[in-house]
Write a protein that binds this ligand. Structure first.
Ligand SMILES: [Zn+2]
Ligand SMILES: [Zn+2]
Ligand SMILES: [Zn+2]
Length: 450
């Protein structure tokens, strides 16, 4: 292995210090870069040229194993490069990069996944783009998958397969159900005919004759007087009041209390109800466990999760909770849900490698199986979170369970690893029919703690 990188420079090289023994090689186009090795690229070009080159480097899919730096930030530099070059720091990084490269033994890896894996700081970032109907784009994804016009579905499938995992939530958007555009205009409409031509109007109601009309019609010679019975009205609540219906439709003349909010899609012009819009959460992404395995061993992970008896998937677990909660309410039963959270699991794999992580999860599974009864249901809710539904178990059984859990924690803590246990009991009237929401509320405390 070489001790210093070959550095390929596009444009100007501003660094006063040239790293010792490094060859600094000027490059004009990507064909000047060797394709059979991995090196360091430093770009010193102006805005558009620099971004175009960054796109070209990634789109060629040949430089996913390289390190790419810029000398001044541009629009795409945070998406497609390792950031600003500084010779001293980056040479340390280079040695680390070489170690990561040496760990790649698989050959059938995805080049974008490889790029993200080589430096754990790298992320798949989202860029807001107002002229785009999807509102956000993922430039790195576009380079590697040029037909990724609908990135959200693709990202979701990669998350469900464990190749990517959400990193930070940066925005929430809503899309038109007809054309998926995010260019939406929200408007207040008449609840009878959905015309947007409505206005707020203050009306008065005369107690003497029951006449209702716009306030303007009651004003005579600077005083309030009913236009129908000509009674002078002075005191609200005594002579007159204001009807609740303060909106008026100029189309169908309907008077109403509350306008209906509708959404016009500015791209396909469909008028939609708010509740049928497609909500999307816009995240930045980092690699999932499955991706790491593919990179290291060239194949997908055979046993990605803890192997437990009585294990069910998330959807099934949700419907089970709703059902068993209703049973508990009807028959005065109590059920216990244990949440077992392993907060450091992701970092553990990074730090100690997959082999060690596998032996750890095997031990955890074994102990968990010992803890479970035949009737307990287990669900791997997230890679680092296991939920255990223990039917016909009340909170008072917790001390008994505690002993077993302590044993379990011992195994785990040998590996400088912590296990957090949470418990929730059923019935819970707030569960209703929405188990995902209820669980999210429960898990909030866990997120708050860690
Ligand atoms: Zn009147
Ligand atoms: Zn109307
Ligand atoms: Zn539309």
């Amino acid at each position: 292995m070489k001790s210093q990188p070959d550095i390929y420079v596009f444009g100007a090289y501003n660094e006063v210090v040239t790293p010792e023994q490094c060859a600094v090689i000027p490059a004009r186009c990507i064909d000047d870069l060797p394709s059979n090795t991995s090196g360091v690229v430093i770009i010193g070009l102006n805005n558009d040229a620099q971004d175009a080159l960054l796109m070209q480097l990634h789109s060629s899919k040949q430089f996913g194993l390289w390190q790419i730096f810029v000398q001044q930030p541009t629009v795409l530099s945070s998406h497609l490069s390792d950031g600003l070059w500084s010779a001293v720091h980056e040479l340390e990084q280079w040695h680390y990069h070489q170690q990561r490269l040496a760990m790649i033994t698989g050959t059938a890896f995805d080049p974008m996944i490889a790029w993200l894996w080589l430096n754990p700081e790298r992320r798949l970032l989202a860029k807001p783009q107002s002229d785009l109907s999807l509102l956000y784009r993922y430039p790195l994804l576009e380079c590697y998958y040029s037909n990724s016009e609908a990135p959200y579905g693709y990202l979701q499938s990669q998350v469900s397969k464990g190749y990517l995992q959400p990193d930070k939530l940066i925005d929430k958007i809503r899309q038109c159900p007809a054309c998926h555009s995010g260019h939406l205009n929200y408007l207040e409409t008449c609840p009878a005919c959905f015309s947007p031509d409505i206005e707020e109007r203050i009306s008065l109601h005369c107690f003497t004759c029951g006449h209702v009309s716009a306030q303007d019609n009651f004003i005579r010679r600077g005083q309030l007087e009913c236009p129908n019975c000509l009674t002078q009205i002075r005191h609200i609540g005594v002579d007159y009041d204001r009807p609740l219906e303060t909106f008026h439709c100029n189309g169908c003349k309907h008077a109403f209390v509350e306008a209906t909010t509708k959404v016009r899609c500015l791209d396909c012009l469909t008028l939609n109800d708010i509740n049928i819009l497609i909500p999307r959460k816009i995240y930045t992404y980092q690699l999932g466990i499955q991706a790491t395995h593919t990179i290291r061993y060239g194949q997908a992970l055979a046993v990605p999760e803890l192997t437990l008896n009585g294990k069910v998937d998330v959807g099934y677990f949700h419907s089970l909770l709703v059902w068993i909660n209703k049973l508990a309410q009807r028959h005065q039963q109590s059920h216990l849900i244990l949440g077992m959270h392993l907060p450091g699991l992701k970092d553990y794999a990074y730090r100690y490698g997959e082999v060690q992580m596998f032996s750890l999860t095997e031990q955890i599974s074994e102990r968990l199986n010992g803890l479970m009864r035949d009737t307990d249901i287990c669900c791997q809710y997230r890679p680092d979170l296991m939920l255990l539904l223990m039917p016909m178990t009340s909170n008072s059984s917790l001390p008994v369970l505690q002993n077993k859990i302590v044993q379990l924690a011992d195994v785990i803590e040998e590996s400088e690893f912590s296990l957090e246990i949470y418990a929730w009991s059923l019935p819970d009237s707030s569960l209703n029919d929405d188990a995902p929401f209820w669980l999210q509320q429960c898990l909030q405390e866990l997120n708050d703690n860690g």
